[in-house]
Design a protein around this ligand. Structure first.
Ligand SMILES: NC(=O)c1ccc[n+]([C@@H]2O[C@H](COP(=O)([O-])OP(=O)(O)OC[C@H]3O[C@@H](n4cnc5c(N)ncnc54)[C@H](OP(=O)(O)O)[C@@H]3O)[C@@H](O)[C@H]2O)c1
Length: 320
């Protein structure tokens, strides 16, 4: 529970009465939940949506349906499902709308299913529908060791792109290469623009940016004419200010991706992308890399690990 806004350490385990089940809702016995950077921001009270404390933290989980409310036909008791929302996932049980549950494909474990909800879909929709990535194009992924970034490396490769990954630690470099990156660049390079130019002498076609800060402009400058820069998040803690003449002179586009807005405004693209991604998962070609696992009791430590950027890919809580 987050009882007051603050750093990850404010999150404590609490025993609360199980929520009652309304019409159209199901109760899930959560087996695993996955962390995303917005969890840290929500606990800090710094996310674009503020949830008043007290609240149960966590946006994505997978588990088994243990009870269904009136009017539920789409899922049944004992079905394995995953759910993506805003809060409530770091718990032994959660009560959610049946319509917001997705079946877990056979052969996919709970941790993997939980970890698919936000980062992979963000990366896939950003590449497929927003950047409209084409086979053979050059892609720069910033924050390539993080949840969204590592998913973007893997999925850009699956879509036929050639990825240059910008990341930090040796473990994250190794994870980016294992996910398909052709080249890896250290984000601590004193002249990132020159390093990217050397890696991509003809320029890049697409940038996926979940980091912002000082990394965004050098990556934007590496784009060639017709390039697309997708701004996804600001894990660096700073929203970059880009000189607009760069867009004009270089003939490139800066576009944004925001999950809920995309799902609402582009439902056809969202459905198509989710179906394509599910097929890739079923084929074993789009499984998330789980870099660290914690028990539910250590949720605060897990959030701290995420806030400090310590783990490659996804951090998961084992619950059930
Ligand atoms: N637009 C959307 O709908 C949407 C959806 C999901 C997430 N997001 C946003 O996307 C961002 C990433 O989310 P996530 O869940 O992937 O987070 P994450 O797993 O914590 O990954 C963030 C990565 O950014 C890099 N990074 C962190 N601090 C940095 C700094 N000070 N300077 C440079 N790089 C830094 C690190 O990667 P390296 O060590 O590899 O550099 C880190 O692993 C967050 O801002 C989140 O809010 C947006």
């Amino acid at each position: 529970m987050c009882s007051a806004y603050g750093p990850p350490e404010v999150v404590r385990i609490d025993e609360i009465a199980p929520a009652s089940l309304g019409r159209g809702q199901v109760r899930i016995a959560v087996e695993a939940a996955a962390l995303n950077y917005p969890d840290v921001l929500l606990v800090a009270g710094e996310y674009q949506i503020r949830v008043p404390p007290p609240f149960t933290v966590g946006s994505e989980a997978a588990g088994r349906v243990v009870e269904v409310g009136d009017g539920v036909n789409s899922v049944a008791v004992s079905d394995r499902v995953r759910h993506t929302g805003l809060v409530g996932a770091f718990a032994e049980q959660m009560v959610v709308s049946a319509a917001a549950c997705t079946p877990v494909p056979a052969g996919i474990d709970a941790a993997t299913a939980a970890a698919l909800g936000v980062a992979h879909r963000t990366a896939y929709h950003s590449l497929r529908s927003v950047a409209a990535l084409r086979e053979g194009e050059e892609v720069i992924v910033l924050g390539a060791g993080g949840g969204v970034g590592l998913a973007a490396v893997q999925l850009a490769t699956v879509l036929g792109g050639r990825v240059t990954a910008v990341t930090s630690t040796p473990a994250k470099r190794a994870a980016a290469l294992a996910a398909g990156a052709e080249a890896v660049v250290d984000r601590g390079e004193s002249d990132l623009r020159a390093t990217l130019r050397a890696a991509l002498p003809d320029g890049a076609d697409v940038v996926i940016d979940p980091v912002g800060g000082a990394l965004a402009e050098p990556a934007l400058r590496t784009l060639r004419a017709g390039g697309r820069f997708v701004t996804v998040g600001y894990a660096a803690g700073e929203i970059p200010r880009i000189p607009l003449n760069l867009v004009l002179l270089k003939d490139v586009a800066i576009v944004g991706f925001e999950f809920l807005g995309f799902m609402t405004r582009r439902p056809e693209d969202a459905r198509r992308g989710d179906a394509e991604l599910d097929a890739l998962v079923a084929e074993g070609r789009a499984l998330p890399h789980i870099g660290a696992r914690f028990p539910l009791a250590d949720t605060a430590q897990a959030l701290r690990a995420l806030a400090d950027g310590g783990a490659a890919g996804k951090i998961v809580l084992d619950i059930g």
